[in-house]
Structures are given as C-alpha cells and as structure tokens.
Write a protein that binds this ligand. Structure first.
Ligand code: HEC
Ligand code: HEC
Length: 193
C-alpha cells in the first residue's frame, strides 16, 4: 500500500499543478449570496441537510471548484448538481467555492482512533479530515453518500486517477466498514471571526 500511495501522490502533484494555473480567485462574500441556492441541501455553513448530499464546509476551494466544474461539464454526474451548476460561470464557481472553503471544521470521533480504516486514513485522516491537499474530508458523510461515490468511481461515472483504482479493489465489507466509521464522526462547521 505504501508504494501505491507514493505513486498516487506523484501523479497528484502534476494534476494539482495544472489545475491551479487556470483557477480564478474567488470572493467569499459574493459566494455567500450564491450559497442561498445551496442551503436546502448543503446548509449555509456546508453541513449537509439531506442524507444523499455531502458536507462541503471547510473543503479546499480547489477541490470544490473542481467538483462543480466536473458536474457542469458532465464528467461527474448527478441530476441535482447538473441542474445547479448549469447556470454557474467560472467566476461564480470560484466565489461559491471560496465561501464554503472559508469555514473551519471540527471533527469529533465517537470511537477509538485505532478503529479507523487504515487504507483510507493516510489520505482522508483517521477522523475524516483530509491529510493530503487534494483529498476531501469524509468526516460525518453518510454511508449512502460514501457508498454511492465509491460505486461511481468503480463504474467510471466519477473520474479520479487515485480513487478509481482504490475503489476497484475494495470488497463490499471494506466499503461498509469505512463508510460506517466516517459516518460516526461528528462534524461542525463555522466561519472564523
Ligand atoms: C437539491 C439539493 C442540492 C442543491 C440545491 C445543491 N446541491 Fe450540491 N450536491 C447535492 C447532492 C445530492 C450531491 C451528491 C452528488 C453525488 O452523489 O455525486 C451534491 C454534491 C455537491 C458537491 C460535491 C462535494 C464533494 O464532496 O465531492 C459540491 C461541491 C456541491 N454539491 C456544491 C453545491 C453548491 C455550491 C450548491 C449551490 C450553488 C449546491 N451544491 C446545491 C445536492 C444539492
Ligand atoms: C492516496 C490517497 C487516497 C487514499 C488512500 C484514499 N483516498 Fe479517497 N480520495 C482521494 C482523493 C484525491 C479524492 C478526490 C477525488 C476527486 O478529485 O474526485 C478522494 C475522494 C474520495 C471520496 C469522495 C468524497 C467526496 O466528498 O465526494 C470518497 C467517498 C473516498 N475518497 C473514500 C475513500 C475510502 C473509503 C478510502 C479507503 C478505502 C479512500 N478513499 C482512500 C484520495 C485517497
């Protein structure tokens, strides 16, 4: 696994570099107004309000902008998010990403950290707060959301050089164990003063 992780990280830096070059500077205050369109599902602070939606508060602006662009371009597919992103310009994507990224999140474990899924913690953290730059947080995501994403990576409905390979190798039991662990973490999100 260590060798795999090193390989993956090598690829990641290349991918990360090319994205950063083209990305726009987002304005969190402009993004706050747009976030009114997101609140019924993601909350204004990025804590999910419905089980099929993920927490997005405190994720990096780059990650959020990348996902929103992928929904808009159709390389990541979901009925609701396709509709939401269709009308967003690149600048609006940068702004709304900056709004959710401007939050600070706190994760609280309910179990002993030794129960964390080893295969995932190297990137997503024991408590589900990511420890590498391009990975998202998993803290407090529902099992249904995690399960859906892993299957999407497996089936190629969502593309990631890193996660497609990992998801392809996972057994249903491993998926269930990882999802149950991260779902049990309590996530809070607030904007620092
Ligand atoms: C009607 C509900 C709904 C609304 C409104 C909505 N979303 Fe979503 N969003 C979802 C769902 C459901 C998903 C999970 C899609 C999937 O399974 O891939 C999602 C996924 C996302 C993701 C991917 C997060 C990740 O961790 O990969 C981002 C980013 C996102 N939404 C941002 C937004 C923003 C910004 C807005 C407002 C402009 C918004 N959403 C409005 C339901 C919604
Ligand atoms: C080498 C680092 C690495 C490892 C190990 C890893 N991941 Fe990931 N994971 C990522 C990255 C990077 C992404 C973002 C992919 C993208 O850009 O769409 C991701 C995305 C995800 C997502 C989508 C989250 C969201 O908010 O939409 C899930 C779910 C996920 N990983 C679960 C897992 C699980 C479960 C494991 C362990 C079995 C695992 N990952 C192991 C790097 C990793």
């Amino acid at each position: 696994m260590m060798r795999l992780v090193t390989l993956f990280l090598g690829g990641l830096m290349l991918a990360g570099g090319s994205w950063a070059e083209g990305s726009l500077e987002g304005d969190p205050d402009a993004g706050r107004k747009l976030a009114g369109q997101c609140r019924t599902c993601h909350g204004l602070n990025g804590i999910a309000q419905i089980p099929i939606a993920p927490n997005i508060g405190g994720e990096s602006a780059d990650y959020l902008a990348r996902q929103l662009t992928a929904f808009r371009e159709g390389t990541r597919q979901h009925e609701m998010m396709t509709v939401v992103t269709k009308m967003l310009t690149d600048q609006q994507i940068a702004d709304v990403a900056a709004w959710f990224a401007s939050h600070e999140v706190t994760a609280t474990l309910s179990g002993d950290p030794s129960g964390a899924p080893e295969l995932c913690a190297g990137c997503h953290g024991e408590d589900g707060i990511a420890v590498i730059e391009d990975a998202p947080n998993l803290a407090g995501e529902t099992t249904i959301y995690i399960d859906t994403q892993l299957k999407a990576f497996r089936l190629g409905k969502r593309e990631s050089d890193i996660m497609s390979g990992i998801a392809a190798e996972l057994t249903d039991d491993e998926i269930r164990a990882a999802a149950t662990w991260y779902e049990s973490v309590k996530l809070e999100s607030a904007r620092p003063e």
